[in-house]
Every structure is written in structure tokens, then in C-alpha cells.
Write a new protein. Structure first.
Length: 84
């Protein structure tokens, strides 16, 4: 049974050019486990449907970096703080 997860990955350095959108979409789509990908240049976000049993977040990030772009930290992301 295939498990599908959706991830929204904030990008930086994208701007509004079609070349960057295509490059990121092609790199992600070529990755095993990626089922669907859409890059929104207006929000600089990659929307990825993937099977977590076949691909992990680090591999997705590396695909974006191979396309020549960076990954930002999601707004409102929680950070873990150590106590003591």
C-alpha cells in the first residue's frame, strides 16, 4: 500500500523565472518516490506529493540544490530547545 504525503518546501533564489521553476520540477520529478510536484514562483514554494517509504526530506532538498536553488525554513517552524 502506497502512503502519500504532501510537503510544501519554501525556496529561495527562485524569483519569477520559468527556467528555475522547470529546473526544480524536473529534478524533483526525476527522484524515485516523488509522485507529483508543482512549483509556485509567486510564493516561492515547491508542493511535493511523495511516498516517504521511497524518499526522504534530505533527498528532496538535494534535488532542489542540484537545480541550483536553496531551501528555506518554513515560516512558523518550531525549534527544539534544550533545557538546562
Amino acid at each position: 500500500m502506497e502512503i502519500v504525503r504532501n510537503l510544501q518546501i519554501p525556496l529561495y533564489g527562485l524569483g519569477r523565472g520559468d527556467d528555475g521553476v522547470r529546473a526544480i520540477e524536473q529534478e524533483l520529478a526525476a527522484s524515485d518516490g516523488v509522485l507529483r510536484v508543482y512549483v509556485n514562483p509567486a510564493t516561492e514554494t515547491a508542493h511535493v506529493d511523495y511516498d516517504p517509504s521511497e524518499i526522504d526530506l534530505l533527498t528532496l532538498v538535494r534535488a532542489i540544490e542540484r537545480a541550483g536553488y536553496g531551501v528555506g525554513r518554513p515560516a512558523g517552524a518550531l525549534t527544539r530547545r534544550s533545557s538546562g
